[in-house]
Design a protein around this ligand. Sequence first.
Ligand code: SF4
Length: 372
Amino acid sequence: MNHSNIVGGSTAKRVMNCPGSVALVQKMPPQPSNKYADEGTLLHNVIAEIVMTDKHPEEFLHTKYNDEILTLDLIDNKLVPALAALDVIDPNKEMEIEAETRVGFGDLLPGVFGSTDLIGRIGSRAVVLDWKFGDGVAVEVEENPQLMFYAAAAMRTEETKWAFKDVEEIEMVIVQPPQVKRWVTTPARIAQFEKDLVKAVKLAQQPNAELKTGDHCRWCAAKPICPQMTGAVDRALKTQVEAIDVQTLGAYLVNADMLEDWIKDLRALAHQILDSGASVPGYKLVAKRGTRQWVDEFEAIEWLQRQNVDPFKSETISPAQAEKELKKRKLALPDDLVVSVSSGTTLASADDPRPAVLQISSHLRGAFFKLQ
Ligand code: SF4
């Protein structure tokens, strides 16, 4: 999918809050696609064809996008609930629809465009609908900048402007199976949004456009090079090193241990409350990622062997496992067979029985300066 390198639907919130991010993001290499993005594109492509052709979802079984394949699972858990949501919004099937359309602002904002999932019209109401197939962050619909961007752009695009002609209301819909979120707004609100967008794009074109942090930073590709981010880290480190004496730092570390325990207990308590069926505002319990297991291990071994697949793997046991076995035979593990390799350093209190690690790099640096 082609994206505007200035601002599109999914980046509207960031650009309107942080105009300086446009120039920074343009310096970043294109972000590689991933399994989840490809799955989302596959589902968007298929659902657009379904709503425009009235074909049955199963006719698209095994459709591919990059390495992602449309499975029955995706049809049942994503496409069918998303299509059912459409029936709720348009129960009498009277909505005129335009799906998967590139919309933009023409000469008002050259190079600014996006791709709408669905633009529709029922009576005197225009509909702007976005499918969200990811399982991650729940997206709110009210004052959603992505949907307002699509509405504003669609009002200026030949293929979609018919849906907004003389409407009194514009309904924004986010379908994130199994949820459907709806918000009705007015053409006047979208006109105001467009003004704000134009202002942000103009600010973004200034050489020292403002960089402003906020929750819009979450999806910003420029985070690794953003002075607001690196500056914040540097400043925090500098303050700690220069302004905090080591006595205070030691005291802070004790507090950090306590704080870690407090956070752990707080999470455990919330889990316990939710587990008991009560609610904690803003939180819920979800299943951990499942790991596949054999239903019947012996049956699986037999089946794999029939397919000429060796179901067993052999690997060297660890020194600890060897020691356990040798102990049963009253034998000791020779020292010269084993070496202990540390994976790095960790912070410990001064009374920890382990010896302190010699900081070789700083000692070498010190010696080097003496030699100069
Ligand atoms: S990380 Fe945040 S502050 Fe920095 S450019 Fe991106 S949006 Fe702006």
